[in-house]
Write a protein that binds this ligand. Structure first.
Ligand SMILES: [Zn+2]
Length: 464
């Protein structure tokens, strides 16, 4: 191409850009993928912020590199406080869930620089160790998994040569869901006979990141005897509560380790689900207490009793005697943009735990009260009955008689659930579905209400 055609082309491009601001933006987005979520801290910004806090804290906050990701990025931890109870907080284990680091930076800033009696009391009574962003490689490209190909796994662990990849490896993304890579046996090393495993099995400590967090945990255990509590910060979808249809603004959970009367974890006598529920309740109370708003969207996170995921960090640590709490914030990145109110909610939940640890009131809470928080999923027919009542109120079910006939079926199912007569539950749920289909054909029920009840009926049929 001759020089003057280049000039002409550049001129045309310039005109297009000036005439059409949209294409300017499109061009910028193409050139700079960070633009998609530029409001959430980059890895560089996070490191800068942590170093600033350490510097401004007059030695109250200690920031350290605790290891490196597979791609060689530094992973940081910050430590503050001199208390003999340890609160370990982990953020961004999923690379596309970025409010954790933001909230932790805010919290560390207060704990590092405030002379208030509030901050001093926490520093005196609790030692807080925060790993704001565990999955630095995933966060860099905003993907759930880390970046660690199966080929690289086999190079690192030659004993795994020729094995099927672990069930939580994503071929598409070339990495692992780090939050399935934990094992309650904290000295576990990958063994070929254990792979690929399932969700109901412990993970294999294949990733640098799970090993780094495990080491932080073990070092604290050495130093303090116990790690009192562990909090893991996440994002999820955007559900609505069953009863009120309110948007869930934070969902909180205790570890998913199957029915409490199961004997599967009999070899782990330190597991204390009630203690985890007390800490989870403290978080929920904190979100409400430290907010100027009413916070009606504080809910429990999805936890039907059969949910059993021992390979999650929180489950593995809970089996070792730590109270563990999960925070799930609505919406993932990059789709869900920066949201200050959401970040503050995470921070407030953490204050709810830290303040109650500091004043010793956390052990006086009633863990069962946690179970009374609003939920957004169906475990039994009574949950579906609550939905029917709300759908009628919202006009999504046309009239009272349609709602009544659905409710009658559900009340019948409820009797059989209580008697544990599975076959009858299934039979009546099938009839319920026929009725639902009929109401749908007659236009008596809105599409979204129909879909929800239909899915929930399938869930119960499957369960029984
Ligand atoms: Zn997550």
């Amino acid at each position: 191409m001759r020089k003057n055609s280049w000039t002409k082309l550049i001129f045309v491009a310039f005109i297009l850009l000036v005439m059409n601001p949209l294409s300017v933006q499109a061009l910028q987005n193409d050139n700079n993928t960070d633009n998609v979520d530029h409001d959430w801290m980059s890895n560089e910004e996070l490191i800068q912020k942590l170093n600033q806090i350490e510097k401004a804290s007059s030695n109250r906050v200690d920031v350290d590199v605790i290891g490196h990701s597979h791609q060689g990025r530094e992973i940081y931890a910050a430590r503050v406080g001199t208390g003999d109870q340890v609160l370990l907080i982990n953020g961004n284990i999923h690379g596309n869930e970025k409010s954790g680091p933001e909230a932790l930076v805010q919290m560390l800033e207060t704990l590092g620089t405030s002379d208030s009696t509030f901050a001093q009391a926490i520093r005196d009574e609790v030692t807080i160790v925060a790993v704001p962003r565990l999955n630095v490689d995933g966060a860099d490209i905003t993907q759930r998994q880390n970046i660690f190909s199966w080929n690289d796994v086999m190079n690192k662990y030659p004993q795994l040569n020729g094995t099927t990849p672990s069930w939580y490896y994503s071929e598409t993304n070339g990495g692992f869901d780090i939050n399935r890579d934990f094992n309650p046996n904290l000295s576990y090393e990958p063994e070929v006979a254990d792979l690929p495993g399932t969700g109901a099995d412990p993970g294999f400590f294949l990733t640098n990141e799970s090993r780094i967090l495990r080491n932080v945990y073990l070092n604290l255990k050495d130093e303090f005897g116990e790690v009192e509590a562990f909090v893991d910060l996440h994002h999820m979808g955007t559900p609505e509560t069953n009863k009120t249809g309110e948007d869930v603004t934070i969902a909180i959970d205790y570890p998913p380790l199957g029915p409490e009367d199961s004997t599967k974890y009999a070899d782990w006598p330190k597991l204390d689900q009630d203690k985890s529920k007390r800490y989870a309740l403290a978080a929920a109370l904190g979100v409400k207490e430290f907010s100027d708003r009413e916070e009606p969207g504080v809910a429990r996170y999805l936890h039907p009793e059969e949910r059993d995921l021992p390979g999650q960090a929180r489950s593995s640590f809970a089996l070792n005697g730590t109270a563990t709490v999960l925070f799930e914030m609505p919406g993932q990145q990059p789709e869900y943009g920066y949201d200050q109110a959401l970040i503050d909610r995470v921070e407030n939940g953490l204050w709810g735990i830290a303040t109650r640890m500091a004043n010793g009131s956390i052990d006086q809470l009633n863990g069962d009260q946690f179970l009374r928080l609003p939920k957004y999923w169906t475990e039994r027919s009574s949950d579906m009955k609550i939905l029917v009542e709300r759908f009628l109120e919202e006009g999504k079910i046309e009239n009272e008689s349609a709602a009544h006939s659905l409710s009658i079926h559900l009340m019948m199912v409820n009797i059989y659930e209580k008697r544990e007569e599975g076959e009858k539950v299934v039979k009546h749920m099938r009839n319920f579905k026929l009725l639902l289909d009929h109401q749908n054909e007659e236009g008596l029920i809105a599409e979204d209400a129909y879909n929800r009840l239909h899915d929930d009926a399938d869930y119960l049929i499957e369960k029984w």
